[in-house]
Design a binder for this molecule. Sequence first.
Ligand code: ADP
Ligand code: MG
Length: 380
Amino acid sequence: MLENRYNNSPFEMFSYAGPDYFCDREVELDELVKAFDSRTNTVLSSFRRLGKTSLITHLHYYLSMRKDVICIYIDVLKTKSDAEFIDQFVTGVMRALDKIEPQLVKFLKALGNVRPQAGIDPATGLPTLSVDIQKKKDIGQTFDTVMNMLLDRPEKFQITIDEFQQIENYEEPTVIDAAIRSFFPKARNLHFIFSGSDQHLLSMLFASPKKAMFSSTQMLTLDYISYDAYFKFIKRHFLDSGKEISDSIIDELLNWSKRYTFYTHFLCNNLFMNTVDKVESQDLYKAMERCIKYFEGAYYFFEKTLSKNQFLLLRAIAKEEIAINIYSKDFLSKYKFSASSTKQALKVLVDEQLVHEKNTEKGLEFFVYDVFLMRWLQEK
Ligand SMILES: Nc1ncnc2c1ncn2[C@@H]1O[C@H](COP(=O)(O)OP(=O)(O)O)[C@@H](O)[C@H]1O
Ligand SMILES: [Mg+2]
């Protein structure tokens, strides 16, 4: 059934299409399965759009095949307070349990302090559940009740909380990390993955001795998919669909999109959809142009809203692809920047997440993480 839906393009962009359409990550998958089996709670981090959420879905696909395992996925990116976090959490748990325990909604109603809301999703026609915590003082109690309910169950649970760094952005100091942490010692059937993009926040959450999660979790950092694995994946899918593509075109495609999963996949998808039986170099160039065009509106917006210094620095970093030693004489004189204005501008670009930084042996590296934006800037 799944297969039929993806006859169109094997480079699915927005939902998981099964292991056949998932590229590599074998080592990481293996590590996560082992973490689950040994109940080692894990922090999964990477740059944005490199593949964390996809990897979690892939992991859940396999774990769900086990009869005694229930997988729960919770995205807390849009939450603004502990109450909203708990709300998301309870909703996620209820959704997962509802499939095996139809009595659950009744049970939650009996709790009194949450209001389960059952409904039908107009888009999918599937039943939905959400909860609404009534009073502030019930927040902690609701969380404890739900956690204890999970502890009492015979199943094993894999619980992933995605965009976990968000809790550091709440207006009021959060107690979520401490609340979850307090369940670690007794949670014999629970395994947690905390996933997120903002390296600074995540390391603050997990590596600072003052923080509740300190030393109770292992870190797994997701890197780029290897050249060989991505190359084989692309070749296989074009050939399987009866489309001829040369090695040199795949090579150019991977280099241009920098093997950055979202962008590489987007380009592959576009190229695939726009070729009939043989990919020529011209087809690749046209696909590259189209990819940039799709996002160009946003790029002009950056040009308008950033200050002149900020935009020039962004362009300079794009031209370098990877900018090392930004404060060196070489870099500053090459682009005619002053050290002080560069410092200010860089802070804005990093805070706005237009530029990512990476600690390496050679020093701090900076790059424009949106590959299409980088290519657009290089042409300017
Ligand atoms: N291993 C993979 N195989 C195939 N496509 C992937 C893979 N990882 C990521 N993608 C693609 O890249 C996009 C961005 O990945 P995502 O998991 O959302 O990144 P993140 O959660 O790190 O921001 C996905 O929508 C998917 O199209
Ligand atoms: Mg994600």
